[in-house]
Design a protein around this ligand. Structure first.
Ligand code: XMP
Length: 507
């Protein structure tokens, strides 16, 4: 569908590109991400943003954009980092390549009274992440801001083209949102982003595509699949929701998920396949092999139950789509292939049988949609939980005993977070197992047992994460209860690793 009056964001491969889309939506306007080679599909935007990217404009395969087409939109354009360097070249300037990277905070000093910096302090912290810099500016290019050394970091060219070397979309750019807002103020007739409008359109779209066919859908109890099923129900289509218990769930989770759906008046079918999963995983230690076994087994169990599906609905979100797309076009480096894009699903997709109504939304927007569908806050506030479940929280082989130990530690830790009012403040938390034995004393006996690792992080869509400085009292109580109550554990560790370089899960 060709859009009108939206903000078109072109992706040159920066790890922050999704954040630009998010920020624009948070400011209340509809933004959509495009690959620069798809410029012909953009419709008629009200504003354009060119993202940053990992390449140097001097590299032979550096991504480019059809500048004539871009100019033909006749709307304000903002080039961020690589986007600014590319614009400088398009306007006849050049870019000085460098191997030295400037990464981190810098001081922004507006040097003119341009509206882009309206209301911005004389010195404002911004976040830099680049090697190359602009030089040989076009005669009509105007420097509108510099850094603390007087180097130009923001340009304006004729026809409402703007460039900024820094990243306004990251929170370390303290007044980044205001700068984006100022830029969007230059645009006219911007389309607002309202979840209620989206809901109405989604429901109409679902009805149109599904008709009287049956839609099957896997549910995990997580936010995305729950909102998806409730949305399908609201659209009045014939849904068959299947919940696979893979034996890798948290303590009492299967029962809890069933109770939650019952509460919402949605019927689900549960398949207890735990034995099949655990048998297949027996003795397997390699993380990728474990993931593959779990992924393949899920497909086997799910499709055995489904048979021939008329349609399959998935709770794929916008970041997943973007990640898969950039993976295919290999601009950004991607760590894991997304589980919603396995061959069986790609095959169904080619037949037009896959429905992904949430594919335009970010996680927090899905929560907003869920609230407007009257899903209760405790369900919407559940922490994310990985598809391969506890298997990625136990390095090495998994078995019933190890899983039970993780479950007990995790239940105690999560219970303490809730008790101390921290569950909703952290983005994700869990206890895992480090199956390395160390010596201790329990009662009067020598013990030789494993350790549990507690992890609590804050994050924005899991791309990066910071560990949470939990109160010592909370950690003390969690540790004490785990050591007293969980047999097999004689040591409790708190994980203070950021992502990157560590990931959130241990595998
Ligand atoms: P990592 O460990 O990669 O995790 O930093 C980032 C986020 O993704 C979740 N995760 C998964 N979710 N299937 C999922 O549905 C998976 O295979 C998977 N692996 C990791 C993880 O819990 C965290 O929120």
């Amino acid at each position: 569908m060709q859009e009108t009056n939206h903000v078109a964001v072109f992706d040159f491969g920066s790890q922050y590109t999704q954040l630009i889309v998010r920020r624009v939506r948070e400011l209340g306007f509809y933004a959509k991400l495009y690959s620069p080679e798809d410029i012909a599909e953009v419709g008629s935007p009200a504003a354009v943003i060119l993202s940053g990217g990992p390449k140097s404009t001097s590299e032979p395969d550096a991504p480019d954009i059809d500048f004539e087409k871009l100019q033909s939109f006749g709307v304000p354009v903002l080039g961020v980092c690589y986007g600014m360097q590319l614009l400088n070249i398009k306007f006849g300037g050049s870019v000085k390549a460098s191997n030295k990277r400037e990464y981190g905070p810098a001081m922004l000093k507006p040097t003119s009274h341009d509206d882009l910096y309206a209301g911005i302090s004389g010195e404002s912290q911004v976040w830099m992440s680049h090697s190359d810099t602009v030089e040989n500016l076009h005669a009509k290019a105007q420097v509108i801001a510099a850094n603390q050394h007087g180097t130009p970091v923001s340009l304006k060219w004729p026809g409402e083209f703007y460039g900024i070397q820094f990243h306004p979309e990251v929170t370390h750019s303290h007044e980044g949102n205001q700068i984006l807002k100022n830029f969007l103020n230059r645009a006219t007739d911007l389309q607002p982003f309202l979840i209620e409008d989206f809901k109405r359109e989604m429901i109409e779209g679902i009805r149109e595509r599904v008709g009287d066919k049956q839609v099957v859908c896997g549910v995990s109890g997580g936010v995305d699949s729950t909102v998806l099923v409730v949305l399908l129900n609201e659209a009045g289509v014939n849904v068959r929701a299947i919940f696979v218990d893979n034996g890798l769930l948290r303590k009492d989770e299967a029962a809890e998920v069933q109770a939650n759906f019952k509460r919402m008046g949605v019927e689900i079918e549960t398949i207890d396949a735990s034995k099949r999963f655990l048998d297949a995983l027996a003795g397997k230690e390699d993380p990728e092999e474990k993931r593959k076994i779990i992924g393949n087994m899920f497909i086997e169990v799910f499709w055995d139950a489904v048979g021939d599906a008329e349609m399959l609905a998935q709770g794929t979100l916008y970041p997943d789509v973007i990640e898969s797309a950039s993976n295919a076009k290999s601009k950004a480096s991607v760590i894991k292939t997304h589980h919603n894009r396995v061959p069986k699903i790609l095959e169904l997709q080619a037949q037009g049988k896959v429905l992904e109504p949430l594919a335009e939304l970010f996680k927090d927007e899905v929560r907003e949609l869920g609230a407007s569908l009257n899903i209760e806050a405790d369900i919407l506030g559940r922490h994310p939980f990985p598809g391969p479940g506890l298997a990625v929280r136990c390095p090495g082989a998994v078995d019933q005993n190890r899983l039970d130990i993780i479950r007990d530690c995790d239940a105690i830790f999560i219970g303490k977070l809730k008790e101390h009012g921290w569950y909703d403040k952290v983005w994700q938390a869990y206890a895992g197992l480090i199956p390395v034995k160390t010596v201790g004393v329990k009662g009067d006996e020598r013990s030789y047992e494993w350790a549990t690792n507690l992890r609590a992080v804050i994050s924005e869509d899991a791309m990066t994460a910071e560990w949470v400085d939990l109160p010592a009292q909370l950690l003390r109580e969690a540790s004490q209860d785990i050591l007293n109550e969980v047999s097999g554990i004689n040591r409790v560790l708190y994980d203070i690793s950021t992502k990157p370089p560590a990931s959130i899960e241990w595998e």
